[in-house]
Design a protein around this ligand. Sequence first.
Ligand code: SF4
Ligand code: SF4
Length: 181
Amino acid sequence: MKLTNRSKVVSNKKMTLGEKIYLPAIAQGMAITLKHAFKKNEATYQYPEQVKPRAKVWRGHHVLKRDEEGRERCTACGLCAVACPAEAITMTAAERTKDEKHLYREEKYAEIYEINMLRCIFCGMCEEACPKSAIYLTDRLVDAENNRTSFIYGKDKLVEDINNRIDISDRQTEKQKNAVK
Ligand code: SF4
Ligand code: SF4
């Protein structure tokens, strides 16, 4: 086959042995690797000892809020479940008895309330749909688990601990703050 002028120039160029076995390229790559290995990287967080700061409105797992008297706000109306695009929320409603007035704010309450955290996409639609300011997403992370059923969070994990209240005021809009007194 006839070689063009350009092909002749390339084929005539003598490569050294080092170039042939890519030594310069390997050395260059290693130099970059070592430079980064010993460089102090400010962007790396040593999790879990060091936790990356999150925005106030960051959406982690939910809390079912209590009112100022410690009663559960949720009335099991089901609006959050209807609004949920992932169909992650299920509940069973029950009637409050006379003796339970100190436990539940309204006559109806959620006897069972569950969120499947594997389905949840943390969109916040349940929070927006709730007319009782009962459900909020918090900055808490969903724990790692090694079986699927542990990701179904019931009231034991969702209802606010009466002795360890969660301040969600930063997340509330003015409308939400004034919605339920
Ligand atoms: S955050 Fe979104 S996906 Fe998760 S339970 Fe609420 S509405 Fe459903
Ligand atoms: S959390 Fe709110 S929207 Fe959902 S059932 Fe309870 S009161 Fe209704």
